[in-house]
Ligand binder design. Structure first.
Ligand SMILES: C=C(O[C@@H]1C=C(C(=O)O)C=C[C@H]1O)C(=O)O
Length: 384
């Protein structure tokens, strides 16, 4: 067979693969309805386990190794569970509409832009993008009704918590309605002809600079230019057309601005992942069939053992904590507001009781939201 003919056969096989994936998604969505009517949880790890074992055996017979099969199916199953969760949540809260207006940091190609696409493509036919220059502007866009949702990065595996976003949450009436994680692969990007050895200026968002601090220490005589977003950095580098001025951002984003990669994997942590939250004016309820997280803030006062007492309440109700963060309270020097993420549904009896008790023993408690957990831990196959 000629090269062109073989490639045509590959393209047609890929087309069939995509059609089959679309069909599998449709079936998974039908499964979600069946589960709701039978009061069953969306995730069924026993079924996933059986499926993987069977697929690995079938793969072996076809000469496809177990690792390959497992990797591909982890992605497929994660998508399937997230599609089902989005559908069930949409039905329960009556929110999945034809279009949504979403405020996020930067413009096309920023990390927040890709996270917005990833989260809302499952939930709406059309995303009306409202790119903003600051976290404050993003929150305001929803508060004033110009946007339906805001997407905000809240923490990153390299740089930790994003304090500015925590502080905004303390003062907003918006509710957290969703979360997602997104891998962040930082690259150095320049115009055609740019060379690493000649770089004089690096344009990037302050969070990006923090996440790549170790790599940047290795670049001598380079000026750091803080930008509002990665897409603002791309825009600047493209406009200046100077091969000594480069941006840090994602490869796909840089491509949208005609920029080329000079170096990859710049983040301090190998697994550089950001967690984003989605906020809206109205809180949502999370279906019982979906694992939920609840976020609340509390001020315990400074008496000895106050935080321990508060955390014991969670323990007594069997509630696991996903995250605990503290931030200063403006106007009250050295006093701290605690941010707590727990694996619990606000509608659970245990959570309701725990919040009542926390209300009694702390000075202030406020729920920021209850939302579906999108952390889909891959099912590991038990060899048998
Ligand atoms: C589709 C289902 O829902 C989930 C997704 C699965 C899949 O994509 O194969 C398997 C089990 C469940 O965690 C199902 O239960 O069959």
């Amino acid at each position: 067979m000629e090269l062109d003919d073989i490639r045509q056969a590959i393209s047609s096989t890929d087309q069939q693969l995509l059609q089959l994936l679309a069909k599998r998604r449709e079936l998974a969505l039908a499964v979600a309805d069946a589960k709701l009517s039978q009061n069953k949880p969306i995730r069924d790890q026993q079924r996933e386990q059986e499926l993987l074992v069977s697929l690995i055996t079938q793969g072996k017979a076809l000469g496809i190794d177990a690792q390959y099969v497992t990797r591909i199916y982890h992605v497929i199953i994660e998508d399937s569970v997230l599609q089902q969760q989005a559908k069930v949540q949409g039905q329960l809260n009556g929110v999945n509409g034809p279009s949504v207006r979403v405020a996020f940091l930067g413009g096309q190609g920023s990390y927040s832009y890709w996270a917005t696409q990833k989260y809302f493509t499952r939930r709406a036919e059309r995303i009306i993008e409202l790119g903003c220059d600051s976290f404050n502007e993003i929150v305001q866009a929803v508060e004033t009704g110009h946007a339906d949702y805001a997407l905000l990065p809240i923490e990153n595996t390299s740089s930790g918590s994003i304090n500015e976003v925590f502080d905004l949450l303390q003062h907003t009436r918006l509710s957290i309605v969703g979360e997602l994680t997104h891998p962040i692969a930082h690259c150095l990007l320049g115009i055609a002809g740019a060379e690493l050895s000649k770089v004089r200026q690096v344009c990037a968002h302050p969070q990006v600079i923090a996440q790549c601090s170790q790599y940047l220490l290795g670049l001598s005589n380079v000026k750091i230019d803080y930008c509002d977003s990665s897409s603002a950095a791309f825009t600047k580098v493209k406009a200046l057309q100077d091969p000594t001025i480069i941006a840090i951002g994602g490869e796909e984003g840089g491509q949208l601005y005609g920029l080329e990669v000079l170096a990859r994997d710049l983040a301090n942590q190998k697994d550089n992942v950001s967690r984003f939250i989605v906020v809206a004016r109205k809180p949502v309820v999370v279906a019982k069939a979906i694992p939920a997280k609840t976020t609340f803030i509390m001020y315990t006062g400074q008496q000895p053992g106050a935080l321990v007492e508060a955390l014991l309440v969670l323990k007594q109700h069997g509630i696991s904590m996903a995250k605990l963060e503290s931030r200063p309270i403006p106007g009250n020097p050295w006093e701290e507001m605690f941010y707590v993420d727990v694996f619990a549904n606000l509608a659970d009896y245990a959570m309701t009781r725990a919040l009542e008790e926390l209300n009694n023993i702390t000075k202030f408690v406020k729920v920021l939201g209850c939302y579906p957990s999108e952390d889909i831990e891959p099912t590991q196959v038990i060899a048998g």
